[in-house]
Write a protein that binds this ligand. Structure first.
Ligand code: C5P
Length: 294
């Protein structure tokens, strides 16, 4: 997350994430699932501008007309939560520039919420520390806390228990986002929790060692078969990416984005070019060449 002053306000640039590993361990009493997942922030960013509003109101505007900007938006929820929690008096005018596709398994909304907590904590001089922000983040959503601890982390619990880790080297990734998104809640609803879950030890070790071939071999996402049933484009895209011969392919989070892990930037460019060459007609797949954040 990048924060800089802009006049009297603040500008925050906040990344998307991909999951290199995602296993579900149990269904919880509260309806959520116990997870083990390795998340990596990647260089596709939303940006948010924050300005103080003496009226006390929280207002959000966004350059993406399809995104609701009312009380249900996670950015507004994050601002209201921080204001309530700290008793801060003034409000904020927030401008969101959306680049991360929604309902795509890239956690754009969660990233925006984390940026709002960090940005307004700074702008309003609330003085909350990392642990306090992490607690608020956990209340907003399962993967909001990760964005306070990027660039990479092993996450457990609902996803909100975050253990930062160091990637052994930057990873070059091609994201392919189908026109159709997926609802996280619906994917989880259709999941059968495995009786013998995978532990992710090999993936985690290879990520820390920076061994791309090994990471590619151990990429895993328990939610992918469920998502493929709900959205056949996921399987089709994954097959097409795999056909280009990258180190590995996987769906991110609850989908519908799939990604190719590449051995270098050149390979990522080639994979993206060949994927983009196959047109799907109106509402076609969006393709991004990204790198893990450092
Ligand atoms: O926490 P978040 O609001 O992002 O989760 C969206 C939905 O995904 C939840 O309402 C729940 O149905 C599902 N979910 C889950 N277990 C998790 C995270 C999310 O079942 N660990």
């Amino acid at each position: 997350m990048l924060i800089r002053r802009q006049g009297a306000g603040l500008l925050v640039r906040t990344p998307a994430k991909v999951n290199l590993f995602l296993e579900t361990l149990a269904r919880r009493q509260d309806g959520y699932h116990e997870l083990a997942t390795l998340m990596v922030a990647v260089s596709l960013y939303d940006s948010l501008e924050f300005r103080d509003d003496p009226s006390g109101a929280i207002g959000l505007s966004c350059d993406s007309p399809s995104l609701p900007t009312g009380a249900d938006n996670l950015v507004v929820k994050a601002a209201e939560l921080l204001k309530r929690q700290t008793g801060h008096r003034t409000g904020a005018a927030i401008v969101l520039r959306k680049r991360i596709p929604a309902a795509a398994g890239l956690a754009g909304g969660s990233s925006d919420a984390a940026a709002t907590l960090v940005g307004l904590n700074r702008l309003w001089r609330c003085g909350l520390n990392g642990a306090e922000l992490g607690e608020l983040a956990g209340r907003l959503g399962s993967d909001v806390a990760f964005f306070l601890a990027t660039p990479a982390a092993w996450c457990t619990g609902r996803g909100e228990i975050v253990e930062p880790l160091r990637l052994g080297r930057p990873l070059d990734v091609v994201l392919a986002c189908p026109a159709i998104g997926l609802s996280t809640a619906e994917v989880f609803r259709n999941l059968i929790v495995p009786s013998a879950p995978q532990d992710g030890v090999a993936l985690r070790r290879s990520a820390e060692a920076g061994e791309v071939e090994e990471i590619g071999r151990h990429l895993f996402n328990r939610l992918q078969p469920v998502a493929e049933r709900l959205c056949p484009a996921v399987a089709g895209l994954c097959g097409r990416l795999a056909g280009q011969g990258p180190a590995g392919c996987l769906m991110s989070g609850s989908g519908s984005t799939v990604f190719a892990l590449c051995r270098c930037r050149g390979e990522a460019r080639r994979v993206a070019r060949e994927l983009a060459a196959v047109r799907e007609g109106p509402g076609s797949t969006r393709v991004y060449i990204v790198r893990s954040c450092s």
